[in-house]
Design a protein around this ligand. Sequence first.
Ligand SMILES: Nc1nc2c(c(=O)[nH]1)N[C@H]1C(S)=C(S)[C@@H](COP(=O)(O)OP(=O)(O)OC[C@H]3O[C@@H](n4cnc5c(N)ncnc54)[C@H](O)[C@@H]3O)O[C@H]1N2
Ligand code: MOO
Length: 415
Amino acid sequence: MAKSPTLPPMLPVDEALKRLLASAEKPLPPETVALAQAHERRLAKDVAARRTQPPDALSAMDGYAVRAADIASVPAKLTMIGTSSAGHGFDGAIAAGQAVRIFTGARMPEGADTVLIQEDTEADGATITALASEQRGRNVRQAGLDFLAGDVLLKAGRLIGPAELALAAAMNHATLDVVRRPLVAILATGDELVSPGQEPGPDQIVASNNFAVAAYARQAGADVLDLGIAGDNFEALEVAIRRARDARADVLVTLGGASVGDHDLVQSALTREGMELGFWRIAMRPGKPFMHGRIGDMRIAGLPGNPVSAIVCCILFVLPLIRALSGDTNAGRDPSVPAVLGDDVPANDMRQDYVRARLTPDEHGLPVATAFKRQDSSMLGVLAEAQCLIVRPANAPAAKKGEPCRIVPLNQAIR
Ligand SMILES: Nc1nc2c(c(=O)[nH]1)N[C@H]1C(S)=C(S)[C@@H](COP(=O)(O)OP(=O)(O)OC[C@H]3O[C@@H](n4cnc5c(N)ncnc54)[C@H](O)[C@@H]3O)O[C@H]1N2
Ligand code: MOO
């Protein structure tokens, strides 16, 4: 006879996310890496400039360093007394009626306050004729224009992209303290599963959603430990759970066996291995059987087996968890953005729906989300076609084509 366990009430999605992120209240510890290796990592500490940039007033153009007062009425003849180029400044000072040949990035000589671009001059040996007046300070980058020594330009938690790398280099940092990457162990479960490329026997299918979860986790900045496939028996599950624990995984993601069937042993196996259950069952569709707990420092995300359910739960729960552990101070942000409905939608029940949909621009370029007719949570073909999930809040009333809605974009930058 089927078991009939007392089921816990379904948690609202927001509440579940809040409780999940409470298990990652502090980012993982820092590590020091060479600057180039910090790409796509998050800063563990604020980064202050070790120098002022530019260190001196520099020319922004090729031309002549002059005193603006000397070229107030033109044409004006000036005597060139030297040259200043980037890396080789002119160490003298200019007096009234004098100029210094100067190039972009070169230090301004003492006494000069303005750069006249060479297009506005005529040169004849050591004499130059200024053909245009210039506002005082024109074409000069003052010392500290970009930043001053001690300025904190990159804060803890900041994701290091190309611009941040360049800025850290300019601030003269050869290494950065970044948050350690979370190690995410991924375990597919089910007697019916074989790996891609194998010949499925009778009653078997090919394991798929573990590949999506691994790819998402890597995109979010985690290292992945692939634990393969465990059959629906305690021994296989416990061996895999211990492997994750021995590898000091920060997160163990299990796939399948999360529901109420006789072969859904994942939660029991985790409990036997010491898991403290956080919560189980969410008021969402797909993804109802999502479960969270922890074994010591290892957070557990138990995803449903249905491929679309697993991927939706990965996007909504596993990625924020990875971001929080990686030091993202905004890990729990709402991933949804506004759009309009491309079709009428019916009233919703108590489960928040994530409806696979196509996106097309309306006549103003705004996104219109049109749900696919087939929404079964086993259908990866539809998911791969979908560009977004329409979020239908619990108990939402029916809505008409053209009404506003919220969507979670798919296949976009996720960090
Ligand atoms: N009586 C009830 N039955 C079910 C309920 C319920 O509340 N009462 N919930 C349903 C919901 S909702 C979901 S979602 C599924 C998920 O259940 P499980 O997490 O236990 O998933 P499995 O039964 O292990 O697998 C479901 C489905 O997905 C396939 N699968 C599993 N792992 C993979 C994988 N790695 N790659 C590809 N496909 C996978 C598996 O073969 C099954 O077809 O339960 C409902 N049932
Ligand atoms: O929640 Mo299940 O994830 O509806 O298919």
